[in-house]
Design a protein around this ligand. Structure first.
Ligand code: NAD
Ligand code: KPL
Length: 305
C-alpha cells in the first residue's frame, strides 16, 4: 500500500484534497481538532464533495492529533494564522524525513512551520483552486484551477506527485515557488485591502486606477529589494488584468470581512510591510494602506493580526 496522506485542517481546501485523494484509492486520514469534532465527523459518515451539482460521500477515516500513528506525509490545510500551532501538536508523530505540504496563502507561515520541524521536508504550495463549505463536512468545488508545488531548498520533485495525478488534482512542480508566492502576495496586496476599504467587488477598483497603480509601483520596488525581480515584472498590467477578469467577484479578504471571519492580513499586506521595514525601504502608500485596513478591521470588531 502507498504511504498514507494525513490532512490537517478539515476546511474547504483540506476536504477538497482529502475527498479527491480518497476517490482515487490513495490512503488518507483526516486530523480533526479533538474527540468532539471526531465524533461529529464520524456521525456524518465521512466527507461530502459537491462537484457540478453532484454530491458524493467519501468515508475518509478521521483521527485526533494525539493518535499514535506516525505521519510520513502531511497536507497542512489550515489558515496561515493557525498553521504553526496546528503543526506543533503533531511534531512527536512526524517521522524523520516526513514531508509537509503547506497550502497556506501569503508568506510567513511556511517559514514558521519549517523552523519548528527541521526534521521534515517542507513543500510550499500556491493554489488557484476554489472551494467553500455549504454545510458540516460538505465542500463545494467552486473554481477549477491549478496548484504549484515547490521546495526552494531541494528542487527535485517528490514521487508522490503521482498520487495527485491519480486524484485528478491539477498541479505542476515549480522550481521558483517563492517567486510564485510573492507574485500572488503582491496581487492580493494590490487588490484585496482596497476592496475592503472601498466596499466593492474587484471590478470596483477600476474607479481607483491611480491608487492601484501607486501600490503596484511600491510592491514592485519591494519585490526588487527582496530578490524577487521576476515577481515584479509587469505587475501593474497583471493586476489590472485580474481586476477585469474577476470584476464581478468579491476578493477573499472582502468575503472574510463580510462574514466576520479573521483575515490573513499578517501573511499578506502585513508580511509585505514587515519585509519592507527589514530592508529599510520607505513605502508610504503600502504602510498607509495597512494602517487604514487595520483601523477598518478594528471598527468592525475583527482581529488585525
Ligand atoms: P478553512 O477555514 O475552510 O479551513 C481551515 C480548517 O483548519 C478549519 O476547518 C479549521 O477548523 C482547521 N484547523 C485550524 N486549526 C486546527 C488545528 N489546530 N487542528 C485541526 N484543525 C485545525 O480554510 P481554507 O479556505 O481551506 O483555506 C486554507 C488555506 O488555503 C488558506 O491559507 C487560504 O488562503 C488558502 N486558499 C483557500 C482557497 C479556497 O478556495 N478555500 C483557495 C486558495 C487558497
Ligand atoms: O486571489 C484573489 C483573492 O481574492 O484572494 C484575487 C482574485 C486574485 C484577488 O486578489
Amino acid at each position: 500500500m502507498s504511504t498514507p496522506w494525513h490532512v490537517l485542517g478539515a476546511g474547504s481546501l483540506g476536504t477538497l484534497w482529502a475527498a479527491r485523494l480518497a476517490r482515487a484509492g490513495v490512503p488518507v486520514r483526516l486530523i480533526l481538532r479533538d474527540t468532539a469534532r471526531l465524533q461529529a465527523y464520524q456521525a456524518a459518515g465521512g466527507l461530502t464533495l459537491v462537484e457540478h451539482g453532484d454530491a458524493r460521500l467519501y468515508p475518509v477515516p478521521g483521527e485526533t492529533p494525539d493518535s499514535s500513528e506516525p505521519i510520513h506525509r502531511l497536507l497542512v490545510a489550515c489558515k496561515a494564522y493557525d498553521a504553526e500551532q496546528a503543526v506543533a501538536q503533531l511534531l512527536p508523530r512526524l517521522v524523520p524525513g516526513a514531508e509537509l505540504i503547506l497550502l497556506q496563502n501569503g508568506l510567513g507561515s511556511q517559514d514558521a512551520v519549517a523552523a519548528q520541524a527541521p526534521q521534515a521536508r517542507c513543500i510550499f504550495a500556491s493554489s488557484t483552486e476554489g472551494a467553500f463549505r455549504d454545510g458540516a463536512w460538505r465542500v463545494v468545488f467552486a473554481g477549477h484551477g491549478y496548484t504549484w508545488l515547490g521546495d526552494a531548498a531541494h528542487p527535485v520533485a517528490p514521487i508522490w506527485l503521482d498520487d495527485l495525478q491519480a486524484a485528478g488534482i491539477p498541479h505542476e512542480w515549480s522550481t521558483d515557488i517563492l517567486t510564485r508566492l510573492w507574485r500572488k502576495l503582491a496581487l492580493n496586496c494590490a487588490i484585496n485591502p482596497l476592496t475592503v476599504l472601498h466596499d466593492c467587488r474587484n471590478g470596483g477598483l477600476q474607479q481607483h486606477h491611480c491608487e492601484v497603480a501607486t501600490l503596484c509601483l511600491e510592491l514592485g520596488e519591494l519585490l526588487q529589494h527582496c530578490g524577487q525581480p521576476a515577481a515584479a515584472e509587469d505587475l501593474q498590467p497583471e493586476v489590472e488584468r485580474v481586476i477585469q477578469a474577476t470584476a464581478s467577484n468579491y476578493s477573499s479578504m472582502y468575503q472574510d470581512v463580510a462574514s466576520q471571519r479573521r483575515t490573513e492580513i499578517s501573511y499578506l499586506l502585513g508580511h509585505a510591510c514587515k519585509v519592507a521595514a527589514r530592508h529599510q525601504l520607505n513605502l508610504p502608500h503600502l504602510n498607509q494602506l495597512q494602517q487604514r485596513l487595520i483601523a477598518r478591521l478594528h471598527s468592525l470588531g475583527l482581529p488585525s493580526d
